[in-house]
Design a protein around this ligand. Structure first.
Ligand code: DC
Length: 222
């Protein structure tokens, strides 16, 4: 099979990772979760006691950390200094810190380089915020996955409950709004839809319906 790339962008909680992971599985492609990379940089800063507001210190953490990405059948695993941190990085606190480190151009340059390297070697379904616009502008298929803020907050609440944590819908909605605002308004590679992306609004759609819609678009793009 020729190399093929699917870029999936969209705001927090739009269902990108679930859809991207499942699409990759069904098409025999490699799933790359780029948010996990920003989250791992954030975790490294927290562990080093470095404030995400200190750009120079964040860069120094980034330059000295060892981050490894391993694609597996059941999704991507990510390692920080040899330790599998895939589950550990999935907290709202790390999500917020990730959004902060992601605002730094030098952090983005380094991670984009790794992401482009991964897509050169194999067919990927890559999800993030700037995949269709910056990382893989030549991707054969670009999807911009959106959903209403209330629906996204409900999904996040479900994830939190699965982790045995509590949360109020109004509070989660407010946090999502703030994160959207930060991701859409930052100076470098803000979240926005690529001109040639297919807009998919997943409000009211099941995960399977979203996957089917992406597979149908992939079929057309081949
Ligand atoms: O998708 P996620 O929630 O795991 O992403 C965490 C943060 O990382 C998100 O708020 C913005 C940032 N991010 C980014 O700026 N660019 C990407 N390609 C992926 C994530």
């Amino acid at each position: 099979m020729e190399r093929f790339a699917i870029a999936i962008d969209g705001p927090a909680g739009s269902g990108k990772s679930t859809a991207a992971k499942e699409t990759a599985k069904r098409l025999g492609m490699v799933y790359v979760d780029t948010g996990a990379m920003y989250r791992t940089v954030a975790l490294a800063c927290i562990e080093a006691g470095v404030s995400t507001a200190e750009e120079a210190a964040v860069l120094s953490v980034l330059n000295s950390m060892d981050m490894r990405i391993e694609p597996r059948e059941d999704g991507q695993r990510i390692f920080f200094d040899g330790k599998d941190v895939t589950a550990e990085i999935r907290t709202p606190e790390i999500g917020k810190a990730a959004s902060e480190v992601a605002a730094y151009q030098k952090v983005r340059e380094r991670l984009v380089e790794i992401q482009q390297g991964l897509a050169r070697r194999q067919s990927v379904v890559m999800d993030g915020r700037d995949i269709g616009t910056v990382v893989l502008p030549d991707a054969e298929l670009k999807i911009y996955l959106d959903a209403g803020v209330e629906e996204r907050a409900k999904r996040r609440l479900g994830e939190l409950r699965e982790q045995g944590r509590a949360g109020e819908l109004s509070e989660v909605m407010e946090k999502i709004r703030l994160r959207d605002e930060a991701d859409k308004n930052r100076a470098h590679s803000p979240l926005c839809m690529a001109e040639d992306a297919v807009l998919l609004d997943s409000t009211g759609m099941s995960a399977e319906e979203v996957v089917q819609a992406i597979l149908a678009e992939a079929e057309k793009a081949r």
